[in-house]
Design a protein around this ligand. Structure first.
Ligand code: ADP
Ligand code: GN1
Ligand code: MG
Length: 382
């Protein structure tokens, strides 16, 4: 379990529009320490409002440098990707202040600061009147998130991929993840492996699946694209007024990758009938209606750019991202919960179990999943 670091020390470094009223922990991300910062602004002395003061909000984050070893490279990516997106959004007549992240610079113009202990911190404009959901509350939100993640990928189609730093090497290289998982089992530093033999076996039994997509990629049959790589539902903001997917956030892992991973990660999180850490596994399954909604939205959002092979492999993308996430949670449990934030004993094990239950359920529904994909993606699997 981790304790967020104190933000007070760095607040003064950023170029804010007024004095800070409050800074409180915010959101439910597993990686960074996130704070909502509120400042008081005045109206600039305009006569009609002379006595009225307003508030403005920001997101402050301590980047997790145990995970992102090179915060400077990470922020270079974020600076470049957000300015690229702002330009595209402007060209398309959108609002660049709400439809992508906007970095708040320090008073001396830097994109992040380090506190006296060397912790890296950055700040974003808070996206008002929009919501990031931890679970699907309304099916249309999930469809809107699919459109948003699909469009995100399409907007980055001509981004110079070679200039991107790989912020976490082999992030979605499932065979490499499997090797790391096996090592965690062998080392068993917390002596927890004996209690999770069933889960370990479940993962090892699916070793052959783990390299299906990386093999296709190596054979040049799946294209590398600039992808988000962390497409959970709570990494997209839905506009409260229009109900549309407004802004894709959490850009720390934007790197060259497979479209299938972005698709699959969304399915594993959002098409589940239960929360990622649900302890009652009877509640966990892959909802085929949500699966269908997301599939339709993602294909549409990608605007016809997915290849036939990508379309055919969508169900495999969903299954592999779920399996990979399951093995990452279990590896972390075995290693003593050192990667993902946990909030209770056995949290990572609970998370692992929901992922494996989902994989099991997807295997049962495999033909139906393929039929859905065929419906929206044309002639697949041949
Ligand atoms: P993590 O990597 O830990 O998941 P995120 O960047 O996703 O961190 O931020 C955590 C949460 O904070 C998000 O799920 C979202 O609810 C909220 N959030 C992040 N950035 C913004 C923003 N610019 N405006 C509004 N909310 C935000
Ligand atoms: C982490 O940062 P967050 O909470 O959006 C993780 C993802 C996992 C996810 C599981 C950088 O995402 O890869 O799929 O948790 N991000 C990183 O919920 O490891
Ligand atoms: Mg996040």
């Amino acid at each position: 379990m981790s304790n967020p670091k104190e933000p007070a020390a760095v607040l003064n470094e950023f170029d804010l529009e007024g004095p800070v009223i409050s800074a409180r922990p915010y959101g439910s991300g597993h990686i960074n320490d996130t704070f909502l910062v509120t400042v008081q602004t005045d109206d600039g002395g305009r006569a009609e409002n002379a006595s009225r003061s307003r508030e403005k909000r920001y997101i402050l984050q301590r980047m997790n440098d145990d995970i992102f070893h090179d915060p400077k490279a990470l922020m270079e990516n974020v600076v470049h990707v957000t300015s690229f997106l702002q330009q595209k959004i402007k060209e398309q007549g959108g609002d660049p202040e709400r439809e992508t992240l906007n970095i708040i610079r320090t008073k001396d113009g830097r994109s992040f600061v380090q506190d006296s202990e060397g912790n890296p911190w950055r700040m974003y404009r808070f996206i008002e009147n929009a919501t990031s959901f931890d679970q699907v509350e309304k099916p249309d939100d999930f469809y809107q998130s699919a459109l948003a993640f699909g469009r995100f990928q399409r907007m980055l189609a001509d981004y110079p991929a070679g200039t991107l730093h790989e912020t976490i090497p082999d992030f979605h290289n499932t065979p490499v993840r499997l090797a790391a998982f096996k090592k965690a089992v062998e080392e068993d530093v917390c002596r927890r492996a004996a209690g999770v033999e069933k889960e370990i076996r479940f993962i090892l039994d699916r070793e052959a699946d783990t390299h299906v997509l990386t093999d296709l990629q190596a054979q040049g049959r799946l294209p590398l694209r600039v992808t988000h790589n962390d497409t959970k539902l709570n990494n997209v903001m839905i506009d409260n007024a229009t109900g549309q997917g407004l802004c894709v956030i959490d850009l720390d892992t934007v790197m060259p990758g497979l479209a299938l991973n972005d698709y699959g990660d969304s399915i594993r999180f959002g098409a589940s009938t239960a929360a990622e850490d649900e302890t009652d596994l009877s509640k966990v399954s892959c909802d085929l209606e949500l699966f269908e909604l997301y599939t339709r939205g993602f294909i549409e959002g990608c605007g016809g750019s997915l290849t036939e092979m990508e379309l055919a492999m969508l169900p495999m993308g969903a299954k592999l991202m779920t399996l990979e996430c399951g093995m990452r949670f279990l590896a972390d449990y075995l290693q003593g919960d050192i990667y993902f934030k946990t909030h209770r004993k056995g949290h990572n094990l609970d998370r692992c179990r929901t992922q494996l239950k989902l994989v099991w359920d997807m295997e049962k529904k495999w033909e139906q999943m393929q039929a859905v994909v065929a419906l929206y993606g044309g002639n697949t699997g041949k």
